[in-house]
Design a protein around this ligand. Structure first.
Ligand code: MG
Length: 367
């Protein structure tokens, strides 16, 4: 049997994060016979309750708008797939990438960014609420699958990737290349699937998108390859091209930068502040597409209406639980003293799926 160490030596580039160099876990554990530490982290995240709940959480479009569009879970699976494609092309550690990708949105409250903004406002005087930070609370405190300690006891590298997301601009060092791959895969993924979902839901037409240089480039590439297309075949071809074109650009740009440097370790790549990125023109194109989506999709009257409704329901449930501590599940009671009732309530609400939240809302409002 080939050990995971031998496999990594055979497949990974010297600048990848090798399992053998991991800084380990907070609580010491014996090594697994044939699964590497990042592979085990991937499995721990995949088997967590918080991960399963992603299937009931809004990405952008809510359940009442149909069943074609992405949920937070299918978004996460797409991010993981694109990130692994990038990782394999760049010869990085795919197990680490997959673990970080599956983890990246686990802390999202119900109703997507609308939910996060509402909780942020509720906790304004207590340091605010961030889904990136809450992901850490989930995997370090609230998940409890092992008898010896709370949390999933993930490796420091996977936790550090998530801490970097939570700190964003104030993070102390350049993230590992594997963490950067997940970040860029996330943005490639949502840009492409939000176009797909918005066109499918008729919030947008492909005609409206044609003035965006990146979309125009992709449409030209599709037509060169397949001739003139229309309707849903064109929509799907455009979405595939948006992904493939950007992924190809990240691989070419990043490999070019890596070749100039000749790194012999992950640490060296990190100290050189190497970034995994697109070239300048693609970066500009992505920004243009994102501001278009912001204006025409995320601020679409249909989305804004749902957003306001969800936020007022969240605010009302927040006040309800703050005034009725006894209604919280017992596992949250012991948290009130150390972290305060307001943070405890926000954590409870943030862990809910859209549907479970609405059931609680109806139950307490009918009472
Ligand atoms: Mg995401």
């Amino acid at each position: 049997m080939q050990s995971y160490r031998e496999r990594e030596i055979a497949c990974l580039a010297p600048y990848a994060m090798f399992s053998a160099d991991s800084a380990g876990r907070e609580h010491g554990e014996e090594e697994h016979t044939y699964r590497g530490p990042f592979q085990r982290d991937r499995d721990r995240i995949l088997h967590s309750a918080a991960f399963r709940r992603l299937s009931g959480k809004t990405q952008v479009f809510t359940g009442s708008m149909g069943d074609y569009h992405r949920t937070r879970l299918t978004h996460t699976m797409e991010v993981s797939s694109i990130a692994r494609t990038l990782g394999r092309a760049l010869r990085l550690n795919e197990d680490l990438i997959e673990a970080m990708a599956l983890l990246h949105d686990i802390g999202h409250p119900p109703f997507g960014h609308a939910g996060e903004d509402a909780l942020q406002e509720c906790l304004r005087d207590e340091g605010g609420f961030s889904h990136n930070q809450f992901a850490l609370t989930l995997v370090r405190e609230l998940e409890h699958p092992y008898p010896r300690f709370p949390g999933l006891n993930l490796t420091r590298e996977v936790l550090e990737g998530q801490i970097g997301r939570a700190l964003k601009l104030t993070r102390p060092q350049t993230p590992l290349l594997e963490a950067q791959v997940v970040d860029i895969a996330d943005s490639i993924t949502y840009d492409a699937h939000d176009v797909d979902d918005a066109v499918k839901l008729t919030l947008l037409t492909i005609d409206q998108l044609k003035d965006i240089a990146l979309v125009a480039d992709c449409l030209r590439r599709v037509e060169d390859r397949s001739g003139p297309l229309e309707g849903k075949i064109l929509r799907r071809a455009l979405v595939h091209e948006l992904i493939d074109y950007q992924v190809g650009n990240v691989v070419d740009t990043t490999i070019g930068r890596i070749r100039e440097k000749n790194f012999t370790s992950a640490q060296q790549a990190r100290l050189s502040e190497l970034t995994v990125t697109t070239d300048k023109a693609m970066h500009q194109g992505k920004k243009e597409l994102e501001s278009f989506l912001y204006e025409h999709v995320y601020r679409h009257p249909q989305i804004v209406r749902g957003r306001h409704r969800a936020q007022s329901q969240l605010r009302s449930m927040f006040s309800f639980y703050c005034e009725h501590e006894g209604q919280l599940p017992s596992k949250f009671h012991s948290r009130i003293k150390p972290i305060g009732i307001r943070r405890t309530v926000a954590d409870y609400l943030a862990g809910m799926t859209d549907q479970f939240f609405l059931q609680q809302y109806q139950r307490h409002n009918a009472a």
